[in-house]
Design a protein around this ligand. Structure first.
Ligand code: BG6
Length: 287
């Protein structure tokens, strides 16, 4: 498989497929603009580091790299449901595709970026994930309803961002959005304030937000998350007790990460007529 992948898609000096120490297949991107890596498992972007910058994505030291398991860090894809499945208590959290192997369908290099497309079919949807690794990381996520009936789904690009310290990090851009606090089940009106993390935070912000800024004072940088066609944004930090409950996450890692997830989650989920498609765009950059 590795040989075939490299024969078809490797790009000399820019893209290569290798066997990760876990045995999983990983794509490695090296270019003047950035280094990055992704797994076929879950079409999971694991690392992204623009040249001259520190890593942008957080990856847990305790992450498990195993077929059928979700990877704690990077950008997991939650689809076609977010969180626990409502229809089946035994179905996996955050949907079907983050623990499945995707296929590479295209790879190319152009001035300033390396582009890779991955594809999977899940629950009668065809998913096409186009990644452009350059100075920025750009992703286009296309969803086509292949069923004969109208269908609904959730999507979250569950990005884990690396930050210097959660105490000196502020998330800006969602001040005017109401949100569901997932910890209490209560809906809140817009607070008018940027987000400061002082405890476990697990919120689904409603409405389209074109730009979220993660202002990381300790690292003296701002991570910019731009989205199109995203109708909800999840902000998550597990804090102390939840970190201790997660076997694949270190007890003392929570100060160094926060998730800002580009999402479309019920009641802001996606509904597609039979045969129709839509796309969601994400761009991550460093300022
Ligand atoms: C977040 C959810 O998106 O993902 C949290 O809002 C959840 O509720 C977290 O705990 C991690 O989920 P999982 O399934 O990867 O452990």
């Amino acid at each position: 498989m590795l040989e075939n992948l490299n024969a078809e898609f490797a790009i000399e000096g820019k893209l290569q497929f290798v066997e990760h120490s876990s045995g999983l297949i990983q794509g490695l991107v090296t270019s003047p603009e950035c280094t990055a890596s992704f797994f076929l498992l879950g079409a999971h972007v694991a690392e992204f580091q623009p040249s001259g910058c520190e890593p942008v994505l957080f990856m847990s030291q305790k992450a498990v790299f195993e077929e059928g398991k979700a990877i704690r860090g990077g950008i997991p894809i939650c689809f076609p449901w977010f969180g626990p499945a409502k229809h089946d208590a035994d179905a996996p959290s955050h949907g079907l595709v983050r623990t499945e192997l995707w296929s590479v369908t295209k790879a190319s290099a152009r001035e300033g970026s390396v582009e890779v497309s991955l594809q999977i079919e899940a629950d009668d949807f065809l998913l096409d994930y186009e990644l452009r690794f350059g100075k920025d990381l750009q992703a286009t996520f296309r969803i086509k309803n292949q069923a004969t009936a109208r269908r609904s789904c959730d999507l979250a690009l569950h990005s884990y961002f690396a930050i210097g310290n959660v105490d000196s990090t502020q998330v800006q851009g969602l001040e005017n959005h109401g949100y569901l606090d997932q910890l209490t089940g209560e809906e809140h009106l817009a607070s008018g304030e940027p987000i400061q993390f002082t405890e476990e935070t697990d919120r689904i912000y409603h409405g389209s937000c074109r730009q979220v800024r993660i202002v990381d004072s300790k690292n003296e940088r701002t991570l910019v998350v731009e989205a199109q066609n995203s109708q909800s944004t999840v902000v998550w930090n597990p804090w102390v007790a939840k970190s201790q409950r997660m076997p694949d996450f270190g007890d003392l890692e929570y100060p160094h990460m926060c998730c800002v997830e580009t999402a479309n989650i019920r009641p802001d989920g996606i509904t597609l007529d039979s045969g129709s498609e839509t796309e969601v765009n994400l761009c991550i950059s460093v300022e």
